[in-house]
Design a protein around this ligand. Structure first.
Ligand SMILES: CC(C)(COP(=O)(O)OP(=O)(O)OC[C@H]1O[C@@H](n2cnc3c(N)ncnc32)[C@H](O)[C@@H]1OP(=O)(O)O)[C@@H](O)C(=O)NCCC(=O)NCCS
Length: 185
């Protein structure tokens, strides 16, 4: 797989598959980003789950954003509805989970790079749609998703715990434009 990258914001950030050597750092970045968002999503040991990048990499595609030696972002692409990481995924869909950019790197286009790479992989896998869930407080993520054509699908919202509402967004890859087509990897 060829890494993809950008110089937006003056940074030469590239996105590539996570390596065994950077799984721990990636886990720390994900935990830090999620801890910075208010809400009940960190209850019930979720930090340990977020930190387990090595575990996720065994059953899904984990991509990291890297700026030189600094690992600055991470995303998990759940390949299909049969995956042990799939949550409310239907046949033909894949799922983006645990997308995170280090708080000090947010607002520079790294999230966009991670999303572009995820959508390229989703297309390469031949999926017809991408599903994801988010908490109501993750408003920067909602803007990113909606800018990229995701739409709210309230009928697929779910309540994994009584005080934790997860709201659903979905991108129909067949209907969306050519922006993310033409993947090199
Ligand atoms: C959601 C998240 C991954 C987005 O990452 P990010 O790197 O900040 O995303 P981007 O930089 O691509 O976009 C964020 C904003 O920066 C702006 N931006 C991007 N590049 C920019 C640049 N070079 N100069 C100025 N602004 C820029 C974008 O237009 C966008 O603006 P908006 O806030 O008006 O929507 C990040 O906010 C995060 O980790 N949040 C906490 C965890 C989370 O909510 N995860 C989602 C789980 S569903």
């Amino acid at each position: 797989m060829e890494p993809s990258g950008s110089d937006r914001g003056g940074h030469g950030v590239i996105v590539r598959p996570v390596g065994r050597e950077d799984a721990e750092t990636a886990g720390r970045v994900v935990v830090a980003a999620f801890e910075a968002v208010p809400g009940a999503h960190m209850n019930g040991g979720y930090a340990a789950e977020l930190a387990d990048v090595a575990g996720r990499a065994k059953v899904s595609e984990v991509l990291v954003a890297v700026d030189g030696r600094d690992l600055v972002g991470c995303v998990t692409l759940v390949p299909d509805h049969r995956s042990p990481l799939a949550e409310q995924v239907e046949e033909g869909e894949c799922q983006i989970r645990m997308m995170a950019v280090a708080p000090s790197y947010q607002g520079r286009g790294v999230g966009q790079l991670l999303l572009d790479a995820s959508l390229q992989r989703a297309r390469a896998l031949g999926r017809r749609a991408v599903l994801l869930h988010s908490t109501p407080a993750m408003t920067a993520a909602h803007r990113l998703y909606q800018r990229n054509g995701f739409v709210r699908v309230p009928e697929r919202d779910w309540l994994p715990e009584p005080d934790l509402l997860l709201i659903a967004f979905r991108l129909d890859l067949a209907a969306s434009g050519a922006r993310n087509a033409g993947s090199a990897w």
